[in-house]
Design a protein around this ligand. Structure first.
Ligand SMILES: Cc1ncc(COP(=O)(O)O)c(C=O)c1O
Length: 339
């Protein structure tokens, strides 16, 4: 079990633009816990940050938008898949602070029905007045974004390019901060967590949490990331690299060891954005026992991993497991035919 007395990570030297409502609640799920044979499941409600439909990316965007404003940007460009939650929240945050926004979205996920192509996040991108560049699945979106940024710079614009998932070290600071928030909340509630479960996509949330726990002097290996994007080996090395970059940004003396990163690829299925039976079952289970909504691409697969770990007795009755609920509700509408 992990406990901490003084949870504090000093991020005051980094530019930051407030986009959150305050700490997100940690809630116990009694009906789901009973269903899982007495494993105590808690959720950290990152979906409750309200801007733009909510979700985990807002924590990263506080620092990314902060940096963009600090360098005088008037435009932000980011990249992702067509149903990217990160892209949608970048567009919403840009609208909030008065930046122009362009989204370079690829058709990397092999889904071509009208819901996937036009509903969910992509509908909201349009409402937030983002300009969308629609690229084929094979395109190099970051290269396109850099070229587009140079084109706009030649017209006198000041452009900030934000990487996939907002997962630069600057973006990951948002989740280093969240690590401290979790420790503050758990010590105030006299609660300790045996495991924290997160979806791992572009790896920034997992990496940021790990960097935050290292900065707090804690062993971060109690965070398990269920990869939904690359295989375990890829997710491991990207997460370790980003965790180290983030930790060094906080304090040049900090180091993240290889054994700090725990990745499980058991829920990836055929690949990124491709539904699995266990994801569908997990979305239905949490909705029908607790009235809470997961998304089909990230949190649904990670929650399926939590359920599998409880039913196969990797997590035991009486243990406290914290699931980071990351939002992504619009994705359910894009994947309507799967339910
Ligand atoms: C709803 C949701 N959950 C989890 C993640 C994964 O976060 P990360 O990309 O930092 O690994 C994402 C990323 O897009 C997301 O949109």
């Amino acid at each position: 079990m992990i406990t901490a007395s003084v949870p504090k990570v000093d991020l005051s030297k980094f530019p930051r633009r407030a986009l959150l409502e305050g700490p997100t609640p940690i809630q116990h799920l009694p009906r789901l816990s009973a269903h899982l044979g007495g494993v105590n499941v808690f959720v950290k409600r990152e979906d409750l940050n309200g801007l733009g439909g909510g979700g985990n990316k807002l924590r990263k965007l506080e620092f990314l938008i902060g940096e963009a404003l600090a360098v005088g940007a008037d435009t932000i460009i980011t990249v992702g898949a067509r149903q990217s939650n990160h892209a949608r929240l970048t567009a919403a945050a840009a609208a909030r602070v008065g930046l122009k926004c362009e989204l370079v979205l690829t058709r990397a996920v092999p889904r071509f029905d009208a819901d996937y192509l036009d509903n969910g996040n992509i509908l909201l991108d349009d409402l937030f007045a983002a300009r969308v560049h629609d690229l084929p699945g094979s395109a190099n979106s970051l290269q396109f974004a850099e070229e587009r940024a140079n084109e706009l710079r030649a017209q006198g614009r000041n452009v900030y390019v934000c990487p996939l998932g907002g997962s630069s070290a600057i973006g990951c600071l948002g989740y280093a901060d969240c690590a401290a928030e979790i420790m503050a909340q758990s010590s105030a509630a006299d609660l300790s967590f045996d495991r924290i479960v997160v979806p791992n996509g572009s790896s920034g949330m997992h990496a940021g949490l790990v960097a935050g726990f290292v900065a707090l002097g804690l062993d971060p290996s109690f965070v398990t990331g269920f990869t939904v994007y690359g295989n375990a080996e890829q997710a491991y090395s990207i997460t370790l690299d980003k965790a180290n970059q983030t930790a060094r940004l906080i304090d040049p003396n900090l180091r993240v060891n290889g054994n700090a990163i725990s990745i499980n690829e058991g829920q990836l299925g055929p690949g990124y954005g491709i539904p699995t039976d266990s994801m569908r079952a997990a979305v239905r289970l949490l909705a029908s026992t607790e009235g809470l909504l997961l998304d089909p691409v990230y949190s649904g697969k990670a929650f399926a991993g939590l359920v599998e770990s409880a039913t196969s007795r990797k997590y035991l009755a009486g243990q406290n497991i914290l699931f980071v609920m990351t939002g992504g509700l619009p994705g359910l509408f894009a994947y309507r035919s799967e339910f």
